[in-house]
Write a protein that binds this ligand. Sequence first.
Ligand code: NAD
Length: 432
Amino acid sequence: MVEAIIVGAGHRSLCYAQYAHQHPEQFKITGVVDPIPDRRAAVQREFGLDDSMLFRDVDELCTKPKLADAIINGTMDELHVPTSLPLLEKGYHILLEKPVAISLKELNQLRAAQEKAGKVVMICHVLRYAPFYAEIKKRILDGEIGRMISLSTAEYVSYHHFATCFVRGKWGNSVDCRTSMLMAKCCHDMDLVSWMTCGSKPVRVDSFGGLRWFCRENAPADSGNHCLRDCPLVDSCDFSSKRMYLDHPERWASYVWPEFDYRKELNTPENRLAKLMEPGNPHSCCVWKCNNDQVDRQSVIVDFENGCVATHQLIADTCRADRRIHIVGTEGEIEGFMSQERFVLRKHDLRPGNDYTEETIDVKVTNAEGHGGGDLRLVEDFIARINGEEPSISSTDLCDSVIGNQLVFAADAAMFGKKRIENFDSFCEEQA
Ligand SMILES: NC(=O)c1ccc[n+]([C@@H]2O[C@H](COP(=O)([O-])OP(=O)(O)OC[C@H]3O[C@@H](n4cnc5c(N)ncnc54)[C@H](O)[C@@H]3O)[C@@H](O)[C@H]2O)c1
């Protein structure tokens, strides 16, 4: 039985904590750390916690002797490393949300602390555990496409997700949230890029992108500043808070009305409207007149030591959210869209009348499984690691999870600095 304390009792931590309900014989939530009393109370009710196991912050928890085996750290990005360092020193294993860190310096601090403590730190790069990506990785390791030549991935961020989280929402301004768009959204994809290339080292990195659409100059001529107070387009604009949120209260609700996650009785039409009418609520601000600076498109190119060239495209404002992957090897190729829960494996075929063989591999998961089935498979693997089992092929142990984050720092430096990173290793050393 692994006992865990939640640090940061928000939307992500509670997803992982569901494993305790599904497998009470393996995993138990025994405490919570969160500055918001209502959040602590909600976790206490859900998991039947003792009053003595509720803490305002990590400092308060760390004044006690070690109280559990592990921590689920689902704090916001800039708190990941500062909260994890004292917990490692105290001897906890940590399941840490992505991104690992908000700077290369912090990344190295965490690695050093983990090595010293000798504890398991696993990063929530949940896509590695989604059957879609895990099966692709298995096929690569089995040598099915030969030596990898080219890897291209793309993430399509839907117009409503982008507007809610990366224009209006808590990742809308990179200075305030301390992470770039590429880090906030595509650290998963850059992690997949490094994981799929199976140990080859990045050598050079370049990147282009920018914010072109959600800027003041693109606001419709007659638009107001506040969707619900002064905008004549409230019933027609695709980004209207009324149409996007009030008419679809389930859409991105944890971001638009986070307090109703833990005060469910307050989730009424009147209260939802009242929240959006509160002064300063970003979710009713005109989407072209926010304090946002995150890019809405970015392409990254990575040249690997083994000759493989990888590209990743982040494309915001799409109709359909999805992820795409196309890997070409010396003997075959793999191609698929994650949303379709299947991919194709093609191989050369020179028999008369043929070009290639094509096998479709189905990787279905149920609708209820978050991140294509990755969320709870990750928790299962975390528990296995704590119990001393061998790392799985998806394992997101810290030592195996940093390159993706380093690639994001390098890509952003190249894009913002308009200068290619010619030596990835030197870049990482200089910035650390
Ligand atoms: N793995 C994924 O696919 C994925 C998806 C979305 C978000 N995330 C990441 O998960 C993390 C959490 O995101 P979220 O949407 O769940 O956030 P959230 O705001 O719902 O939860 C964060 C919680 O941390 C608490 N908190 C604030 N300061 C704290 C402190 N000093 N100590 C302890 N708790 C503190 C907040 O009160 C809140 O309850 C972010 O880093 C985000 O980037 C990961």
